[in-house]
Ligand binder design. Structure first.
Ligand code: NAD
Length: 369
């Protein structure tokens, strides 16, 4: 390699960065655990760096791309979601950005499934009861009961990579599934899941018939015992079917009072004020959230209301936070490895320098001939 590339990394992503150092890159890592201020990002970009590794906490918009005009060649995001990167601005400046799709799919889907079970089986209030030394007796139904997930119906909202993985995990728990996706219906996949469920019944492995089908959004919400959300954050103007506040007062009221909402997608997909009210006034039975409209969750968030704490599970954007998923240097296993590989592909002109052929580049449309 003839040129030394300079890269600014907004947050340490571990040993994978050695791959860049071994290739002779100059790598500067922002040393604090918090996100760097935007002014520092602009300063670094203006200093002429070739590439930048970003997290979902960094606002990468026209101001950043303008600062890197003619010098910044690639932005590599360590996440599958990229709603913090202004795609139209990246395209205007013709700067490719990459993401880390697929390698976090299973970790995120299993976490969504675990949150579903934790919420419905009341594991958090049950453990608190014990820890507060209020476990006075075994009783058939006191002080409370939870709800099984087995044989229940789950609405899968968004059947992309993570939605399909969630379907596979739910099918293992003999759940029925109502799927909704306005842009991508993978009918072959759900047909195969139905065939597997039918075989399990035919061989006596399960006792009841389970089913899966695509339905309209309102039907999915109205009939499901659980709704699990797996959509990208798309604001008005970014999609014909935006997902911003997809769950709001109107749609939350469509759900059954016994139903639970699980959101591991992006916070602004759920109107938190409406959800807090839905939980306070028992329009729905509970919610488990991993993501929030503002992160970290503010101290005065209505979701922290002690009156709803028995039915509102709150996780710190943790769904992909598993050791191999986050840090493996193998691009086929870890977000860190895939992020580094995405950056190398662009900077070193892999795939004959054709950005449209690079697997981890998101905004390929800006480079179509
Ligand atoms: P994906 O692009 O493969 O799937 C998203 C699906 O949502 C697509 O099929 C799309 O057609 C569908 N969709 C778009 N608009 C919709 C709408 N209005 N209603 C229903 N469906 C709609 O993405 P993925 O890899 O499955 O990831 C999904 C999202 O999950 C990411 O964009 C990210 O924001 C989030 N995520 C969160 C975590 C976490 O740590 N909590 C981890 C990974 C991903």
């Amino acid at each position: 390699m003839s040129k030394t590339f300079r890269v600014f990394v907004t947050c340490d992503i571990g040993d994978s960065l050695n791959e860049l150092r071994e290739r002779g890159y100059e790598v500067e890592v922002y040393p604090k655990p918090e996100a760097p201020p935007k002014s520092l990002i602009i300063e670094k970009v203006k200093s002429g760096i070739d590439g930048m590794i970003t997290t979902l906490r960094d606002q990468i918009d026209g101001e950043v791309f303008e600062a890197g005009k003619n010098t910044l060649k690639a932005v590599a995001q360590i996440a599958v979601g990229f709603d913090n990167i202004n795609r139209a601005d990246a395209n205007r400046y013709k700067i490719p950005f990459t993401h880390t799709a697929d390698v976090l799919t299973e970790a995120t889907a299993e976490f969504a499934f675990f949150m579903t079970g934790m919420l419905a089986r009341k594991m958090w209030p049950a453990e608190h009861l014990l820890r507060k030394n209020q476990w006075g007796y075994w009783h058939p139904y006191l002080p409370f009961l939870g709800d099984e997930v087995t044989s229940k119906t789950v609405a899968i909202i968004g059947t992309g990579r993570i939605g399909l993985a969630m379907i596979r995990k739910c099918s293992g728990f003999d759940m029925n599934m109502l799927c909704y996706d306005p842009a991508y219906e993978n009918r072959d996949y759900i047909k195969a899941i139905q065939e597997i469920m039918d075989l399990r019944l035919a061989r006596g492995i399960t006792k009841e018939k389970n089913w899966i089908k695509y339905v309209p959004f309102e039907e999915a919400l109205g009939e499901a015992d659980f709704a699990s959300v797996h959509v990208p954050l798309l604001r008005a103007g970014e999609s014909a079917t935006p997902t911003y506040h997809l769950f709001n007062e109107k749609t939350l009221r469509l759900m059954k009072p016994t139903a639970y909402l699980v959101n591991t997608s992006r916070g602004p997909v759920v109107d938190e004020a409406a959800l807090a009210r839905a939980l306070r006034e028992n329009w729905i039975a509970g919610a488990a959230l991993d993501v929030y409209e503002k992160e970290p969750l503010p101290a005065d968030s209505p979701l922290r209301d002690p009156a709803i704490e028995d039915r509102c599970r709150l996780m710190p954007h943790f769904a992909s936070a598993a050791r191999i998923t986050r840090l493996s240097a193998d691009p086929n296993k870890g977000m860190a490895g895939r992020c580094v590989q995405g950056l190398i592909d662009v900077l070193e002109g892999n795939y004959g320098g054709d950005v449209t052929k690079m697997p981890y580049v998101v905004n390929k449309e800006a480079f179509q001939k």
